[in-house]
Design a binder for this molecule. Structure first.
Ligand code: ARG
Length: 408
């Protein structure tokens, strides 16, 4: 069976992408919950949606088929039995296993049609929306004063992270923070029950794991090389686990693990490093020492299913060797100016989405980085970014490529 997933690079012409249009979940962020929900501010929804529509339109105009995760999920949940199982698992992962609240939540969600159910899963369920048949202590006690029973999923428009297409398969991710963990269950149901995907996609690593990994850290550099960030969101253990599966079941024979600082501004590798052409990358200078060093380890398949490991500090040398290039052009965010670099990285100036070799989509606000990209010969499509950028993610984070053309 041919897989509907085909991603053998970061830069091959983008044919199909999965997005999520931000919805009311964005309006369910409050100053009190913002930190926990991984936001730094509350975007203004109508503008965020208009900006997102402009992003989707930019991709369509450049020949990309745009699929929305919310539509794929609603289709996957057509059968009542599947819907019931999905609801039960969402409610369980939100922390309700038995009791009055559990029962009332299930009853409420089961009363909804697939499209409304999907919208509810994203926007969250408030306490006052559900009707209790009977109360129990947990339902009436003070510990349950938080307005939402099922938290909103405001980060869902960053479709890059819950999963990552690698080759013809998927990494379905165990995410780091509770605020995002239920997002990758959406991926699981799309892959298992949407007819476009069901039984056709190898899963390199599922979400039923202790160690965590997120798609913002997973970069497909070529048809046999993957780079993965060791970051706030992705642990070394998860990298070893996925490397084992890739080495066993696919063409991939090289995983480059790159250590980056563990902080909110640089939560994933793709906030500081992205591939934009055969031999060109964006990089936030702050991840490198003055002489261009960063810790990285190259993993290869060894004997008897074991993995070999080698430590390097010169990223350029590692990239040259892995990609068979004699030169690598690292383009610094903010042109290397400490203030412009820090400001533009904060607003995802390094988070470029390649839609073809040497052709990228970026946020308009990062004008220093955009000018520099053009000077390096890159074609830049700018998209609007005042509200979308408040979630700390850029064009690469907001997109999950499903099909890219192979490179020549
Ligand atoms: N691939 C990325 N860089 N994603 C950015 C995700 C931002 C989101 N607020 C989070 O903290 O999870």
């Amino acid at each position: 069976m041919t897989s509907p997933i085909h991603v053998n690079s970061e830069i091959g012409r983008l044919k199909t992408v999965m997005l999520h249009r931000p919805g009311h979940e964005i309006e369910n962020i409050t100053p009190d919950s913002m930190d926990r929900l991984l936001f730094d501010d509350i975007p203004y929804l109508p503008i965020a949606q208009a900006e997102h529509d402009f992003f989707a339109q930019t991709l369509r105009e450049n020949g990309t088929e745009v699929l929305y995760a919310e539509d794929l999920l609603a289709e996957a949940l057509t059968a009542k039995k599947v819907r019931q199982e999905f609801i039960a698992r969402q409610v369980k992962e939100a922390g309700f296993i038995v009791g009055a609240t559990h029962d009332a939540l299930i009853e409420h969600l089961e009363s909804l049609e697939p499209k409304d159910l999907v919208a509810k899963i994203y926007e969250g369920v408030r306490r006052e929306e559900i009707e209790y048949q009977e109360l129990d202590l947990a339902a009436v006690s003070a510990e349950s004063t938080w307005t939402f029973l099922l938290d909103p999923l405001p980060n869902a428009y960053f479709t890059r992270d819950p999963q990552a297409a690698i080759g013809n398969g998927m990494s379905v991710n165990k995410m780091t923070y509770p605020a995002r963990q239920r997002e990758s269950m959406i991926t699981e149901y799309i892959l298992n029950y949407n007819t476009r995907f069901a039984s056709k996609v190898p899963i390199w690593r599922g979400r039923d794991h202790v160690s965590h990994i997120e798609g913002g850290d997973e970069l497909v550099l070529s048809d046999h090389v993957v780079a993965i960030g060791i970051s706030q969101r992705t642990s070394a253990q998860a990298i070893v686990e996925i490397a084992e599966q890739l080495f066993k079941g696919s063409n991939f024979d090289t995983v480059i693990a790159i250590a980056i600082p563990h902080n909110h501004a640089m939560m994933h590798l793709d906030t500081v490093f992205t591939m934009i052409n055969y031999d060109q990358f964006t990089i936030h200078p702050a991840i490198l020492t003055d002489d261009g060093q960063v810790d990285s380890w190259v993993l290869h398949p060894g004997k008897n299913g074991k993995i070999t490991l080698k430590h390097y500090t010169q990223l350029v040398e590692v990239l040259k060797r892995a990609l068979g290039k004699s030169e690598i052009d690292l383009i610094p965010t903010g042109n290397g100016d400490p203030i412009a670099a820090a400001r533009e990285q904060w607003n995802d100036g390094s988070n470029t989405l390649a839609i073809a070799p040497g052709e990228v989509v970026t946020y308009d606000r990062n004008y220093v980085s955009n000018d520099l990209l053009r000077k390096h010969g890159i074609i830049v499509h700018e998209v609007r970014s005042s509200e979308l950028s408040r979630g700390r993610g850029g064009p690469r984070c907001m997109s999950c490529p499903l099909v890219r053309e192979d490179l020549e």
